[in-house]
Design a protein around this ligand. Structure first.
Ligand code: C2O
Ligand code: CU
Length: 543
């Protein structure tokens, strides 16, 4: 451990020292190069490569406009990440065929990673490594957004355990639009422990990135939806998997590993096989579970990942299996649901409808298949006795009002750290995420006036916390669960390491999260990206 506190850490601490001091005087004047960048955030000089950092992996990652062939006929204008391996193992980058998505990055725990992010867009941007435990400077905080033509150099050690992570822009008030245009990619981290399990790999390990999009008659992306689109988040009428419509994979009759990421702006899925086979879950956001769990279906909210063991042994060549999003209800505001069919709800693919996601076709028979391991990893379960604040949980109150989805009643602001948002470093914290609008009290008292309307406005929010992965201690309701909850109840995996948790109306989710190693500002927000951009984001100051 001590050895891992290497150059990058020391370098980070010296930098963070500077930023923290600036925060204390509640101004960025000392570090600001220009007053503001294009998005109105305070502008900080981009970070440069450090001569003392000797990377195992060195990647040039350019964001730029481009074209993708999604449908026959005209190509679609997109924004995309173009990655180029300067140094590192040959298999570090894999391109998804015919996709606007960024290359899949394969990394090993312990690697020193340098990524040179070049902004070839017509607006400012910055990239966040969703789920990775990195210093603040390397975390893609919106304050580090770079202008067109600039380069920001990330340097960090891969501390995470094996798992699937996610890179995407985190630009102030432009995360949703930049992701929507195509800026997103998957990171697959491996480590010795996972390697020893010999899980299906190479062609038998398939990344599945789920996104929804809408297109006009010329195959161009449409984004919008007006006020309703902002309130419930963008809902497209086409499902794309790895950037492709009508996605299908040809498989052999053996076990596969499906690495599924919900990269949609706001769409929530209820994954289920169409032949009612259970889903065998072997991992979630932060890597493997202790042992496989079978579920009739699994809820997957934006930002969440799922590691699925899919065994096609014994299935006959020519047969097929469809992964669907099965019907569910209770995640949208009742107010919006009431308007369904009215002019505000125009999508042809409503959230909670029953529709196909992708098809698996058994294309060849093989006699050999690996067996599902009974035990996958060890996870020490954290309990209330382990935390620094057993009687004083850190509140994340979801405040809901028309056009004002907030956390703890406050919108995002870069210099507005509240007392409960100051977290002592190297502590385990109990955090409670709950809906404030149902009159459950908490921080957002100002929302009380919404009281009567609160229930009508209440919807599900995938709450994501930067920094280290957390454990879910409990999910529950103060009052009776709404009837609709029964359509989702069995679809939550609560046993693994997570960085994003879906909190449905009325639900109270208690989590335990470590705040180790790195001081500074770390965001927490709704991963419904329209909500994030609306200000449903706050930050912890780890000090
Ligand atoms: Cu996936 Cu703060 O984001
Ligand atoms: Cu939200």
């Amino acid at each position: 451990m001590q050895q891992r506190m290497d150059v990058s850490r020391r370098r980070f601490l010296s930098r963070i020292g500077m930023v923290a001091v600036t925060y204390a005087s509640s101004s960025f004047g000392a570090v600001a190069m220009h007053d503001k960048n294009m998005r109105g955030m305070k502008k900080i000089a981009p970070n440069w490569a450090s001569p003392n950092f000797n990377p195992d992996v060195d990647i040039e990652l350019t964001c730029r406009p481009g074209e993708a062939r999604i449908f026959d006929g005209r190509t679609t204008g997109v924004w995309r990440y173009a990655a180029n391996l300067i140094k590192g193992p040959e298999n570090t980058l894999t391109t998804l065929p015919d996709s606007y998505l960024g290359s899949v990055m394969r990394c090993w725990q312990g690697q020193k990673i340098r990524i040179r992010l070049r902004n070839g867009l017509p607006e400012s941007t910055i990239t966040h490594w969703h789920g990775l435990h990195v210093p603040m400077l390397m975390d893609g905080h919106p304050m580090y957004a770079i202008d067109p033509g600039e380069t920001f150099v990330y340097e960090f050690e891969m501390r995470n355990r094996a798992g699937m992570y996610f890179y995407h822009p985190h630009t102030h008030e432009a995360t949703a639009t930049q992701v929507y245009r195509g800026l997103a990619g998957a990171i697959l981290v491996n480590d010795d422990e996972e390697k020893a399990l010999d899980l299906p790999a190479d062609e038998f390990e398939i990344p599945i990135v789920l996104q929804d999009r809408s297109f006009d008659d010329n195959n161009q992306l449409i984004y919008g939806g007006g006020m309703h689109g902002q309130m419930v988040g963008f809902q497209g009428d086409h499902i794309l998997v790895n950037g492709r419509p009508d996605y299908a994979i040809d498989v052999a009759s053996r076990a596969y590993r499906l690495r599924i990421l919900n990269g949609s702006n706001s769409r929530i899925y209820k994954l289920a096989w169409d032949d009612a086979s259970p889903i065998t879950v072997i991992g979630v956001d932060g890597g493997l579970l202790e042992r496989p769990e079978t579920k009739p279906y699994v809820m997957l909210a934006p930002g969440e990942r799922l590691d699925v063991w899919a065994d096609f042994s014994g299935r006959s060549v020519g047969s097929q299996l469809v992964m669907r999003s099965a019907p569910f209800s209770g995640v949208l505001p009742r107010m919006a649901q009431r308007m369904m069919g009215g002019m505000m709800m125009r999508t042809e693919l409503p959230v909670g409808a029953d529709y196909p996601l992708f098809t698996v076709r058994v294309a060849r028979a093989v006699s050999d298949s690996p067996a599902l391991p009974k035990s996958l990893t060890k996870i020490a379960r954290l309990g209330v006795d382990d935390v620094a604040n057993p009687n004083n949980p850190v509140p994340i109150a979801i405040s809901e009002a028309p056009m004002a989805m907030l956390l703890n009643g406050r919108p995002y602001a870069d210099d507005d750290i509240q007392p409960h948002e100051r977290i002592p470093i190297d502590t385990l914290q109990l955090i409670e995420i709950y809906h404030d609008s149902g009159g459950m009290g908490g921080m957002g008292r100002g929302m009380g006036m919404m009281g009567g309307m609160g229930g009508m406005m209440s919807m599900a929010h995938p709450i994501h916390l930067h920094g280290q992965q957390f454990q879910i201690l409990s999910r529950g309701f103060d009052d009776d669960a709404p009837d609709s909850y029964a359509t989702m109840r069995e679809g939550f995996v609560i046993s693994g390491w997570k960085d994003t948790a879906l909190v449905t109306p009325g639900e109270r989710v208690r989590i335990i999260k470590p705040f180790g190693d790195f001081k500074g500002l770390f965001m927490y927000h709704c991963h419904n990206l329209e909500h994030e951009d609306m200000g449903m984001m706050r930050q912890f100051l780890v000090e």
